[in-house]
Design a protein around this ligand. Structure first.
Ligand code: UTP
Ligand code: MN
Length: 494
């Protein structure tokens, strides 16, 4: 069984300033050298050596230790010794082979912890496939399929997260999203709140919430939110394409509660996107099926090849993660000729228009500029040329027919489609960024920043220690740069 190391619990929050001094980041690593097998004199020599290079080496195995280094090749005896000699939470430390130490001395900085450095605990058999203590706090170190064994819990957590978002409480919102994501990754059903105790990202209040749901089948707090007028209204308004939280709040404050309220209010001016959002609301608020996504793929692929034989269309977003339904369909379009990506996208839009299937298009030209990277605004949208479309999809194009609303006799439906067109050398970063899920992306970036001193976004990966960009032609290259095991797209449903 694989045992994921827990990085040390950090007091630093997600919103902590990015620009930490080099020294402080270095000081985050507290090494403890295990004397067993190493011997006293060699231990003292290695301690001196590390300290002379600016490393923090602890004499005792306390809570401050982040990296335990041993020359004992026998994992079981080492772990037994560690458990006997420490009252600290070992799951929060990296337990490493001497190779990590020698590599770090060579590089004069703590190198990224990789699987090859780990001395893994040989865990006794546990009753569940994944022990709770083995779950990483980072979604990018978990494998999360579309199969959710704890939907009753994650649904409740997501309502709370959304309500915090609606009330501008970003920190709380993120905490609940993170906790929901941990629960989604479990290959077992949580049946007692005690099991939750061992999980990362779930605090005491969350444990109580789990207990309440397990005991009563519902949560008082969640039910209160679901019947709250403000929550219901904001949820309704933000479900319209082009309506964000700010607009929804403005309408709510003006006393508007329903779509007719909004549409009949003479002083409200809807922008083009919102007009289309209301016009096609029934269709685009209904899930898109896999068969419908495939049909759209063929239509757009045909458009791409009508323009250039070298162009490629790649499915991304939720459907690439193996989801059966989505709220839209996301594609990346590329051409090997540098600088032609914008023309390709505008030509595709033109082609779809000529076919009479373009119901709406919002095209955003590229503002990508490699010289302005790395960006510290990693949560922001990327700068590539892209378009948000609504397309008309005919029933005859879809294998097995359309996903239609009851009583709808039309033989077509409107579907939301996003296209993004990066320069060819940025493809791997775009693919990784657009495949999602949102939580997976957030944690990839957080992991890169906090564990590796690297900045990752949809454009590039920047190593702050080496002060250089790391090249990648595939997603695997990016995972390797980050010292992460590769996670397949269908395991990224965090
Ligand atoms: P979506 O919002 O389409 O989500 O964004 P999804 O995972 O496909 O889920 P459904 O099924 O449509 O609801 C897909 C990914 O693209 C990224 C998002 O962060 C998300 O991870 N994205 C989207 C960008 O990176 N930039 C954008 O401009 C838009
Ligand atoms: Mn999508």
């Amino acid at each position: 069984m694989l045992r994921w190391p827990h990085p040390r619990k950090r007091l630093r929050s997600e919103e902590a300033p990015l620009a930490g001094s080099e020294k402080a980041a270095f000081g985050d690593v507290h090494i403890f050298l295990v004397e067993r097998k190493m011997g006293r004199s060699r231990r003292s020599f290695l301690t001196q050596l590390a300290r002379s290079k600016g490393f923090v080496v602890e004499d005792v195995l306390s809570d401050a230790v982040t990296h335990v280094v041993s020359e004992d090749g026998e994992a079981s005896s080492l772990w037994a010794w560690l458990k006997d000699h420490s009252r600290s939470d070992l799951s929060r430390m990296h337990v490493l082979d001497i190779s990590w130490f020698t590599d770090s001395m060579k590089e004069k900085r703590p190198v990224a912890v990789e699987t090859k450095h780990l001395i893994q605990d040989v865990l006794p058999e546990v009753s569940t496939p994944t022990s709770a203590a083995a779950v990483s706090q980072y979604a990018c170190q978990r494998r999360t399929t579309t199969e959710n064994h704890n939907k009753n819990l994650t649904d409740a957590f997501e309502v709370l997260a959304e309500n915090y978002e609606f009330n501008g409480m970003e920190g709380q919102c993120l905490a609940f999203r993170r906790a929901a994501s941990v629960l989604k990754s479990l290959s077992w059903e949580v049946r007692s709140s005690e099991r939750v105790h061992e999980l990362p990202c779930l605090g005491e209040t969350m444990e109580e919430l789990v207990e309440e749901i397990l005991q009563y089948g519902r949560s008082f707090e969640v039910n209160k939110i679901l019947s709250d007028e403000r929550y219901q209204t904001l949820k309704l308004f933000t479900s319209v394409f082009g309506v964000g939280l700010k607009t929804a709040e403005k309408w709510y404050r003006r006393g508007l509660r329903t779509f007719p309220d909004v549409l009949e209010e003479p002083s409200i001016h809807l922008n083009r996107m919102q007009q289309s959002g209301f016009l096609h609301y029934g269709d685009i608020s209904r899930a898109v099926s896999k068969a419908e996504a495939q049909a759209l793929g063929s239509i757009i692929d045909e458009a791409v090849h009508a323009i250039t034989p070298d162009g490629t269309l790649t499915l991304t977003g939720g459907f690439r993660r193996g989801k059966d339904f989505g709220h839209d369909v996301d594609f990346i379009v590329t051409t090997p000729e540098r600088g032609q990506e914008e023309r390709l996208l505008t030509s595709i839009i033109q082609h779809l228009k000529q076919q009479g299937i373009l119901l709406f298009s919002d095209y955003q030209s590229s503002s990508f500029d490699m010289s302005k990277l790395p960006s510290h605004r990693f949560e922001a949208m990327d700068h590539f040329a892209k378009c948000f479309l609504i397309l008309r999809l005919e029933g005859r194009e879809v294998e097995g027919g359309l996903c239609r609303a009851e009583g709808d006799s039309r033989d077509w439906r409107a579907v939301r489609v996003d296209l993004v067109s990066p320069p060819p050398d940025r493809f791997a970063f775009t693919l990784l960024g657009w495949t999602g899920s949102r939580q997976f992306e957030r944690d990839l970036r957080r992991f890169a920043r906090l564990e590796r001193r690297m900045l990752l976004d949809n454009h590039a990966l920047f190593d702050k220690t080496k002060k250089e960009f790391l090249a990648a032609t595939t997603e695997k290259d990016i995972f390797a740069h980050l010292g992460l095991e590769y996670i397949e797209p269908w395991q990224r449903n965090a």
